[in-house]
Design a protein around this ligand. Structure first.
Ligand SMILES: [Fe+2]
Ligand SMILES: [Fe+2]
Length: 134
């Protein structure tokens, strides 16, 4: 089961929304690959790809926070670190045990929950601030 993009995820900032849609596609592809037990090499490649994309996206948002002296950057950065740490944990779990159904469920739960909470919360507040102050 994939997480679907909805208008409630829109921040109103085109570059950020475009990246969020791409991020959702990558998250869904990765979850599907873990669920069907794709080989470890392929999963690691996808995880690298996801990690690189996430790093670039976070840098894009964090640059704007710095430029505009965004007052909510503390909790926002903490959320970013939560996802970065989760990706490292998934990599370690996959290396240790390979893909298995329970791990796919856990990864799905963590990634979907993070996406809904962060993109639907902190990123909404950041988008509103950028719209007002840029
Ligand atoms: Fe963010
Ligand atoms: Fe974001």
């Amino acid at each position: 089961m994939s997480l679907e993009w909805t208008e409630s995820f829109e921040t109103g900032i085109k570059s950020i929304d475009r990246q969020h849609m791409e991020l959702l596609t990558k998250i869904n592809r990765f979850i599907d690959a873990v669920a069907v037990g794709a080989d470890s090499h392929h999963l690691n490649e996808m995880l690298d790809f996801l990690n690189t994309y996430v790093t670039g996206h976070f840098a894009h948002e964090e640059d704007q926070m710095k430029q505009l002296l965004y007052p909510g950057s503390g909790p926002h950065l903490t959320d970013h670190e939560v996802l970065t740490s989760a990706i490292i944990r998934f990599r370690n779990d996959l290396l240790a045990r390979g893909p298995y159904p329970e791990l796919a469920d856990e990864i799905r739960a963590v990634l979907c929950d993070w996406y809904i909470t962060h993109v639907g919360g902190e990123d909404q507040r950041l988008g509103a601030f950028i719209s007002e102050n840029d």
